[in-house]
Design a protein around this ligand. Structure first.
Ligand code: MG
Length: 286
């Protein structure tokens, strides 16, 4: 990696918002330094939250995963797009009949919130596109009929991600592919996208917390979602080079898209003086 890409922070922040996949863990493996970093931040009274654009799990499933990896976390400190999409519907279209193209967690969240769901195109008001590994032609037909034939449904989406990164450089098509399929056949445009960089995620994560955004840092591995949300909301934006983005990618991006902080491992989010105070050394930490 080009050393020139790394910009370590010179301060601690009051709140740390972490993306999960590619940032805290990759697949089922914790990334180096993640556990000690979170423990140290919590010991110092910092607000720690975990975010994800992925709607195929609910916050409890993320809590179970984090606990399994040694970072036990209350579900209230985890926000993903099942939470932001549900909240958006309750705030913007509480009486709408919704057709989620999704896996079970999003439907469970809608059900728990009392949101009415239907597969009948003649009564669907909102089609919700999401990351759905059970996507098939019949679902596209229902969305098409509700939006194009009955001319009644609007289209919204849980998240803008093109693919979900997997270990070894592989990945899986994500919500953007399903949104694009519906847009292509209906000639409509998705009206709202409830994942990062939409600040809905940030507002849900920091609800009830009184901290100025300039004292918060958004930490993630993806420029178009994590870093964009940080930069657009006035938080510090910290990129970790353990997921999607490489040091080479950074060399070609516009100055206005450049993260404030770039680290090659996540525990470097603690500034050098804190490393010194903790007695951590480069050689010990590998
Ligand atoms: Mg990520």
């Amino acid at each position: 990696m080009a050393d020139g890409a790394v910009t370590v922070p010179d301060r601690l922040y009051d709140a740390y918002l972490f993306d999960q996949d590619g940032t805290i863990y990759l697949g089922d493996d914790l990334l180096p330094g993640a556990k000690v970093l979170v423990e140290e931040l919590r010991a110092r009274g910092k607000v720690v939250r975990f975010l994800s654009n992925n709607p195929t799990k609910d916050p409890q499933q993320y809590a179970d995963k984090l606990a399994r990896l040694g970072i036990p976390t209350p579900t209230e400190e985890i926000v993903n797009t099942t939470v932001t999409m549900t909240r958006w519907l309750l705030d913007n279209a509480p009486d709408a009949v919704v057709y989620p193209i999704s896996e079970a967690p999003l439907k469970r969240s809608f059900e728990a919130a009392g949101i009415k769901m239907s597969e009948d195109p003649a009564e669907i008001d909102i089609v919700v596109a999401s990351y759905d590994r059970g996507f098939r032609y019949e679902k596209l037909q229902i969305a098409f009929d509700a939006i194009w034939f009955h001319k009644r449904a609007r289209l919204v989406a849980t998240n803008p991600d093109r693919f979900c990164p997997f270990p070894g450089g592989r990945g899986e098509p994500d919500c953007a592919a399903i949104t694009a399929a519906i847009e292509a056949c209906t000639d409509t445009t998705c009206e709202a996208n409830l994942g990062k960089p939409n600040p809905a995620m940030l507002h849900a994560a920091l609800a009830g917390v009184d901290i100025e955004l300039r004292n918060c840092v958004m930490v993630g591995d993806r420029l178009s979602t994590d870093i964009r949300m940080g930069l657009e909301t006035g938080m510090a934006a910290a990129l970790v080079l353990t997921g999607e983005t490489t040091a080479e990618d950074l060399a070609t991006i516009a100055p206005e898209n450049t993260p404030d902080i770039v680290v090659d491992r996540i525990d470097r989010l603690l500034p050098p003086d804190v490393w010194q105070e903790l007695g951590w050394s480069e050689s010990e930490r590998g």
